[in-house]
Ligand binder design. Structure first.
Ligand code: BG6
Length: 478
């Protein structure tokens, strides 16, 4: 721990939080009328996840949320970012609502508020109801309509108590891995279908934002409420100053960043990429009104999930989109889309055991680049954290590398604020150890350890007490 004491650059109303997602933390996969999600089905198919791990039980937060919220309060959390499991509210994705599911989230929200913790809700963190996948998932406009129904229910039921909302978490991952690399459900490698599915996600987002603002105007939900979108923030840098590496880096920015941020922050796609996509695949297809919907429903804020930067090189050869899911450092192969770009590792950089570069300055650099493109929008750092196998020594979880990682990233967030970037909150991933989608339970991120061998007992890690001090000192003791 660095004992840095200086005046806080973090504003008084800055939110110190932590994050999670329903499928990764809740368990209770079929409890009280919940329907199956695509992850319930996918993770049970052999070979899809690390050692067949799944979220059937996860950290059992569904049954132990009171204990978990008490721990959050003890840590001093000011806000908690969590997602709602759509199939818990609508087992079939639409139509008949499940009152027990609604009650769970209502009780969770009350419990948080009782402890002075502001809820931040993510409506979609990847657990699409399987019933909707069966009719085409995000490729179908019916899923867009179902999402609007689901979002409206959430606004009506929780809008009086929840001020911070985001519609979707990380198109880069659930569309990228769902439709381009095939590692997530629905397990496809089909650019045409992926681009159209992604378009429907943006339309679903815009419709939800529109509904949200109607509710706000009619005072059905709190006037102070805000709605945004959460994206991966992955700054790209060219590995050399060769023109081909610079061009590859620009391509990575266009496809992995601008394509995914522009529609929610500018209300349109980057024109030159749109032209290429429509010429090559004939997608995205716009329905009547899509263009106007996107244009008139820009986000109030952007949530950025920052873990790593990627070094980019031109890629004449590598055709591999498999990532390191074992946690054996250096075991990941080069990742690349042949003919476009590849991600390369350098001996000068530091990496986690899953081969993710540890580059704290990237948090500040990434937001600066977004500010340059989109103006001074409010930012929430909705995820940031270190996945590691934490050592247990004499019964204590001594996660010093996580403390260092978070401390350095908080310093980068502070630099961003000093540069005039409007950063409003910081939500480390994750509050409690939970399921890492493809990497199982061995990739830990939490401040709280969950003992898989001992009835999922909770234990505060060293980082728990460290974060408590960070919060208490408004970021100065870190
Ligand atoms: C983000 C997701 O992509 O990164 C989280 O929003 C995820 O759900 C986190 O767990 C860390 O990724 P991973 O693969 O290490 O679990």
């Amino acid at each position: 721990m660095t004992d840095v004491k200086h005046v806080s650059a973090f504003p008084d109303n800055f939110l110190w939080g932590a994050a999670s997602a329903a499928y990764q933390v809740e368990g209770g996969h079929d409890a009280d009328g919940k329907g199956p999600s695509i992850w319930d089905i996918f993770s049970h198919q052999p070979g899809t996840t690390h050692e067949g791990t799944n979220g059937d039980v996860a950290a059992d937060h569904y049954h132990r949320y009171r204990e978990d919220v008490a721990l959050m309060a003890e840590a001093g959390l000011q806000s908690y970012r969590f997602s709602i499991s759509w199939p818990r509210l609508f087992p079939e994705g639409r139509g008949k609502m499940n009152p027990a599911g609604l009650k769970f989230y209502s009780d969770l929200i009350d419990e948080l508020i009782k402890h002075g913790i502001k809820p931040m809700i993510t409506l979609y963190h990847w657990d699409l109801p399987q019933a909707l996948q069966d009719i085409g998932g995000w490729e179908s406009r019916e899923t867009v309509d179902a999402f609007e129904q689901y979002a409206r229910l959430c606004f009506e039921a929780f809008g009086d108590r929840v001020e911070l909302w985001s519609t979707f978490n990380e198109t880069l991952i659930f569309i990228g891995m769902g439709y381009f690399t095939g590692a997530h459900p629905p397990g496809l490698t089909d650019a045409k279908r992926g681009i159209q599915a992604c378009h429907h996600v943006f339309i679903a987002h815009a419709k939800a934002v529109k509904a949200f603002r109607e509710y706000k105007d009619s005072r059905l939900i709190n006037k102070k409420s805000q709605i945004g979108f959460v994206n991966v923030m992955q700054p790209h840098d060219p590995i050399s100053d060769k023109p081909e590496d610079i061009a590859a880096c620009k391509m990575a920015d266009d496809l992995l960043t601008h394509w995914l941020y522009d529609p929610v922050l500018k209300g349109e796609y980057p024109a030159h990429i749109l032209e290429i996509a429509q010429r090559t695949w004939g997608v995205p297809e716009f329905a009547d009104g899509d263009e106007a919907l996107l244009k008139s429903n820009i986000c109030d804020f952007i949530g950025v999930n920052y873990y790593k930067r990627e070094w980019i090189a031109a890629n004449p050869d590598v055709d591999n989109t498999k990532i390191n899911t074992t946690g054996k450092k250096g075991s990941g192969k080069e990742f690349g889309f042949k003919g476009l770009f590849k991600f390369v590792r350098t001996p000068e950089s530091t990496y986690s055991d899953w081969d993710w570069e540890i580059y704290p300055q990237g948090l500040c650099v990434g937001m600066q680049r977004l500010k340059d493109r989109y103006g001074n929008i409010p930012f929430y750092i909705t995820e940031n954290g270190l996945g590691a196998k934490d050592p247990i020594i004499e019964g204590e979880v001594l996660d010093d590398p996580r403390i260092k990682y978070l401390s350095d990233h908080i310093a980068a967030a502070e630099s961003a604020i000093k540069q005039g970037i409007d950063v409003r909150g910081y939500y480390p991933w994750s509050f409690i150890d939970l399921l890492s989608w493809l990497n199982g339970y061995q990739k830990q991120y939490g401040f709280v350890y969950v003992d898989q061998e001992n009835n999922l007992a909770r234990k505060r890690k060293k980082s728990f007490f460290w974060y408590q001090n960070v919060i208490n000192s408004n970021g100065t003791k870190r």
